[in-house]
Structures are given as C-alpha cells and as structure tokens.
Design a protein around this ligand. Sequence first.
Ligand code: GTP
Ligand code: SPV
Ligand code: MN
Length: 604
Amino acid sequence: MLKPMLGPRPALNRGTGLADKVSQSGVLRSLNEWVDSVAKITKPSNVTWCEGSEEEFQSLVDEMVAEGTLIKLNERIYPNCYLHRSAPNDVARSEEATFICAANEDDAGPTNNWISPDEAHKKLLKLLDACMTGRTMYVIPYLLGPADSLYSQVGVELTDSPYVAASMKIMTKVGHVALEHLKPGFVRGLHSVGTLDAGNRYICHFPDERLIVSLNSNYGGNALLSKKCHSLRLASVMARDEGWLAEHMLIIGIEDPAGTVTYITGAFPSASGKTNLTMLKPPEYMKGWNVWAVSDDIAWIHLTSEGSFRAINPESGFFAVAPNTSMKTNPRIMEMVKENTIFTNVALSSDRTPWWEGMGEHSRKLWDWRGKVWMAGKSPGSAAHPNSRFTTSILQYPSLSSEYNNPNGVPIAAMIFGGRRSELVPLVYESFTWEHGVLMGAMLRVETTAAASGEVGVLRNDPMAMKPFCGYHIADYFNHWLTLRSRSARLPRIFQINPFRVGRDGGFLWPGYSHNLVVLKWIVERCQGKAEAVETPIGYVPTPASLKIEGTGVAEATLNELLRVDKVAWMDELESSRLFFESLGEKFPPALREELSKMIARLT
Ligand code: GTP
Ligand code: SPV
Ligand code: MN
C-alpha cells in the first residue's frame, strides 16, 4: 500500500520538465491535505492508500470473506469469484437521491434534482461527522482512459467500503499510474456507506468544485464514483465547457468480411442492451463478421482539429446486468465471468456457483439474492435480483479491440440511439441530417428498467439515454450537440434501433442478441453508401431485402411489422415530445423545434 506522504514511485521522475514536477508535487500536497481534512471529519480508524496491485485486491477480498461481506464461490468452477449481497434497500441507482449542486437551480435544469451548494455542504457535513468511526478509509487514486492520453482524467475516491475499493480496482486504473497523471483540478469523490439509511441517502455533485459526495448507499452507480458521477455527470459539464461529449454510450468496432473495421457508439438507457451489443458473438450465418469491444457503457468523444470524432472508454471494467445472460443469449459474457469476477445480488446454487433467471438449469435448492432458501415455483419473487450484476476486468474479454487503449481513441462513423419500446419504434432507421438525429436522441422515450429504483416498464423521456446522467440543463445539452455541426465536416451518421418490439402474445418480435448484428451490418453498409433504404416521414428505413434475415428465423411478415411506420401513432409520439420540450423552458433550441415541425409536416 502507498504511504500518503511518500509520494508515488515513478511519478516525479517522468521527464516532463521541472515546472511540471513542481506543480505535480504541489498537487500531491493538495491531495494529501484534502485526505487529512476529510479524515478529521469522518474519523476513520485507519487511512489506507490503494496502489491497485493484485496482492492488495486479494487482501481486501480475504478481509471481506472473513467478515462475511463476500462469499467465495466454487474455486474449481468459478476461480477467484465472489458473491456480494447488498442491503435489500440498496439494490439500484437512487435517482431520487441524486443531486446536481450547481450554483443556480437553472444550471441543473428541470430533469435534475437540485440543492444549493451551501445547503448541500451544510447537510452533508452533519451526516459526515464521524461517519467512518471504526472503519478504514481507502484513498483510491484512479485514472480514467488510456495512459498518456490528452482525453484521460484522474479522480480520487475516498471510501469506507472495501467492496468499493475492490470494485474500483476492476473498473479503473488504480494507484501509481493515476498519481503519475494527477493534475490540478482532479475530481474528488467522497463516499461513505454510513448507515445505509435510504431516507438520508445523498449522491451530490458539485460541478464548480469537481466534487462528489455520496452517503448511505454501497451500490454500483451510487458508490463507484468513477462511473456515473465522474465519467458522466461531472464530465458532461466539462465536455460542455471544453467542446466535447461525455455520453452513456457503448463503443464497438464492427469488422466486415473485407476486414474493414467501422467504429460506432450507441446510447441506450440502463439495462437496455449496451453490454450485450458490445459483446455480441456473430451468429453462424454471418461468417467473416466480428464485433470488437471498446466500451460497454461510457464514451468520451472528442473532436480532432480535422473535425473527426474520436472516442475513448474511460473505464477498465464492466459492471453489467446478469439476468438473461446465458450460453444461448451471450456465450462471450458467460465465458468471461467464469473467473476473477465479483457478482452482486445473484442467487447461489448448492454447489456454490452463481445463478440468475434466464441462465438455464439450476440446482433444486438455491439461496436467493437476500440469502434465503429459494425453490423454483414455490418461493415468491426472483432468485437473483432483476438488477443483479457482475464486475469483471475488460482485459478478460477475448474480443477486446486492439484499439481499446489507443490514447487517441477510435474514429466514430455512426451513433445509435435505442431503448426499450414495446411498440412504435422500428427495428432500425437513420436520420436525414445531424439536426434530425439530435432530435431523434432528444425525443428518446423508453420503458424504465430495474437499474434504477422505482417502477419498471413505465414510459419516460430519457433524452440521449442521459436523463439520469446529464450534469446540467438538458436543453443546454441539446444546444451543445447542435454546435458540433459547425465544427465538423465529418459528422457521424445517426440511427435509432429497437430490438424490443413485442407482438400480440407479449413475446419479442425480434430475436435480438447475436442477431442484432444484422442491424449493425445495415448501419455499417449505410456508412459505406451501400445498403438500401426507403424515405419515410421519420427517416430512412431499411428495405426488407437490405436486411439479411434468412438466418434469424424471422418471418417476412414479422420483419415488415418491425419496419412499419405507423403515422398516427407517430403523431401521438411527436405530441408527447412537444409537451416534454415545452416543459424544458426557454433554453430549448429553436433548431430542434424547427426539426419537430418538419417532422410533423412530413407526417401530415
Ligand atoms: P447498463 O449496464 O444498466 O447500462 O445496461 P446495458 O444497456 O448495458 O444492458 P445489458 O446489455 O446489460 O442488457 C440488459 C438486459 O437486457 C439483460 O437482461 C439482457 O439480457 C437484455 N438484453 C440485451 N440485449 C437484448 C436483446 O437484443 N433482446 C432482448 N430481448 N433482450 C436483450
Ligand atoms: C446504469 O444504471 O446505467 C449502469 C449501472 O450502468 S450503475 O453503475 O449502477 O449506474
Ligand atoms: Mn449504464
């Protein structure tokens, strides 16, 4: 473990000139002072600096196994894998407890909760008082993105949760490498599990201070502050100010049979298919194609001086949904999680292997995610929590893109929006222009999932899949997207997809998963100027013939239904979007209002 006052091993020796060294030692001093000042308030019994080594990970894990926070899984079948059960009131992101503490309420905008920075500091200070008594405070310096990249960032999370400390080692680059890249203005995160009292849960973001304070949750996006708090909420504010994008997007490279790799990003709301699309294994009938993973959740996208879009993944691991992952739906994920994985809130089989709904066969008796005995057909509820997850290093993924750690990112040819829509939205279609594509993203309305606490399956506006993650006024965010037009002659094409349409029997019309490559192929071929489309009022929709469907088993009539544009239903959709946009107030961009009018005109 690092000694706080010792400074990092190679950090001060990197040949960047004396001025840099002095400023680096200055920033280290300010980090030390901050850690000391937090410790004075929270009063942990120990302060431990994490260096991110395997030994350190093992000792954290051993400690948690000894005290019962983690259960070691079957070493023969799932080597170095563990089960974590979180508190039953703490199983998903808590959007109701998430605040953007911008100076003015109008900076947070109507889609965020807001408390003034002063009031938040006062409230939090009270709750932080001695909250780490009897616990160790871990200091976790983390690097987001490739080493030596202009696009990467450093943060430091202070936490009293060993589960967070171990997870951060999987999700980010922890320790020396982070301190080597430490610069003034690094993001500071303070997290305490506190009492886990949901009534006093706060996930507060201070964009002006680049500070995050998270109390009384130990779950995923509430507690791993590098993820949604830093990489999206704070980063989106920096991106607005500096002219780039921080998005809730996957990044993949799609290789065609000629060996050309086309990189695209995709924004779908939580639990709506990003990880599965990222780790798609091509179906038998699409020989010569592959999908290479760069990111499954977050993209930082910069414009180069030539105006091309380059994307990096700030993360180094996956924190992804377990239910419905199986050898049938996604064999690549199943193989990947067989070692060095922390499972959270899945069920436990009698042979001490993990199980979740949709995985396949299971032992007669299971322990559910709460640790209670569970018998199929007899016990109420699901055995695994619907938002149960696995945490695995990205380096363990066999089809990881060779460009994953490219400091310059990958060039983006297309961006996709998507989400769960049991009706209306076609399987895939393309926007006419950049502005029309921005409207497409702004209009995204999807069914909610178990990834956030609250009701599941409720339609809500989730523009660009960023409703819970945009750290400023959403109308300003739309404006920011629109400004990119003038800065690029190579704007990515914009598409929307929807693999979640259901038929009269309630079943999905599209087989999804590996078959989604059929949709990706159409997108790639549009980018190459090859695939055919028909012009409809909502955009370019594929001709049935341009989607190769023989292998999917989807009947022609079903495909026609998946591609149908129901004008009356779309008019209703536009009306609901209009009302949503109206609720955003005066900042809503006129250019999008104009796009909306054009669409209405095309439909009437
Ligand atoms: P977050 O990690 O919350 O951001 O979620 P995500 O967008 O990465 O979603 P993920 O790929 O983990 O999928 C969420 C759920 O949807 C899982 O249960 C998947 O099995 C299921 N799913 C993913 N892709 C498809 C698909 O094409 N069709 C169907 N029917 N289900 C899918
Ligand atoms: C999401 O909810 O979009 C996730 C999981 O990716 S969490 O880290 O909890 O935000
Ligand atoms: Mn996500």
